[in-house]
Design a protein around this ligand. Structure first.
Ligand SMILES: C[S@@+](CC[C@H](N)C(=O)[O-])C[C@H]1O[C@@H](n2cnc3c(N)ncnc32)[C@H](O)[C@@H]1O
Length: 298
């Protein structure tokens, strides 16, 4: 979705596509139609203009941000990386471009993530990274690897989807165990702060998602994230705030499938919150808030 307007501009072709996907408060049917339209437009780009999935990745904000993060982490061809909470592989791909080998680990046991391993494997195949990437279904808090197996363990835009604070801490503990002495444990997550109207719009939509759907934690503050690393026994942390002004993790969702599971009294409130957030996005656009990068050395 993010790459289509940019690719169209590059190719000099006109496609009819909403400037912001929330430009009208989105309902499930509209979203499904939009997805189908995206599929058709991309198919025509692939066939008529020889566009590849790599072109799609590098012209999307999601891909651009993950590549910037992998550079920022200074991953290189000597690195063997464990990517915890890999999801559909957005960061795994960027890490694999720079390093020797990446194992992506994720629970992906439902919660709206049906078919994500298929997405992961398809992306890895389409991007010719099969020799460098392996996906493993596992809990980040109980990693099936020997101690000291990796030079770096990363978790990128993932802790918001962990069950609770202690499951995040368990994962960081395990990541510490599986990296070599001198290796790095690196966490990246959005912060609950907005410096622009577009970031405010993101937070409004994200908070609506946290409150009225399930499986999403609020973004943690800088102090809380640092506290997790300290609890795990890391003393010295390298901490950096990154603000790329990209839509790196759009809080894209439709409210209607969630409404029936809400008590009647909450449904109107949920719809109002969603429409308010959608109108902010259509007015100002949507940009991810600044993200915190924490690097701890074992
Ligand atoms: C936002 S998604 C993926 C983000 C991805 N790293 C990226 O670059 O876009 C977060 C993922 O964390 C995973 N997750 C949640 N709890 C987990 C756990 N205990 N162990 C491993 N993965 C977990 C979820 O299944 C989900 O796929």
């Amino acid at each position: 979705m993010q790459s289509i307007p940019l690719l169209a501009e590059k190719l000099g072709v006109h496609v009819s596509f909403p400037e912001h996907v929330f430009s009208t408060p989105m309902r499930l049917e509209e979203f499904q139609t939009l997805l189908k339209d995206c599929g058709k437009i991309l198919e025509s780009f692939f066939e008529e203009y020889k566009i590849s999935w790599r072109d799609v990745y590098v012209t999307s904000d999601i891909g651009l941000e993950r590549m910037a993060l992998a550079q920022e982490m200074q991953l290189d061809e000597h690195d063997t990386v464990l990517d915890v909470g890999c999801g559909r592989g957005y960061f795994t791909i960027a890490a694999a471009e720079l390093s020797r080998f990446v194992i992506g680990v994720d629970l992906m046991n439902g919660l709206g993530r049906h078919g994500w391993w298929r997405n992961f494997n398809t992306s890895i195949r389409e991007l010719n990274l099969v020799d460098k990437v392996l996906g493993v279904k596992s809990d980040g808090g109980r990693l099936p690897f020997r101690s000291g197996s990796f030079s770096a363990a990363t978790t990128v835009h993932a802790i918001r989807n962990f069950k609770d604070y202690s499951s995040i801490e368990n994962a960081i503990k395990e990541m510490k165990r599986v990296v070599l002495k001198g290796g790095s444990v690196i966490l990246v997550e959005s912060l609950p702060i907005a410096r622009t109207k577009a970031q405010e719009a993101h937070l409004q939509m994200f908070r609506c998602k946290v409150k009225h759907t399930y499986g999403e934690l609020d973004y943690l503050s800088k102090d809380k994230i640092e506290g997790i690393f300290q609890n795990v026994g890391f003393k010295k942390l390298e901490v950096k705030e990154l603000d790329y002004n990209l839509s790196a993790a759009p809080p894209l969702f439709c409210i209607d499938p969630y409404l029936p599971s809400l008590p009647r009294s909450k449904r109107e409130e949920a719809k109002r919150a969603y429409d308010r957030a959608a109108s902010m996005v259509s007015k100002w656009g949507e940009v991810s808030p600044p993200a915190l990068l924490v690097r701890a050395t074992r």
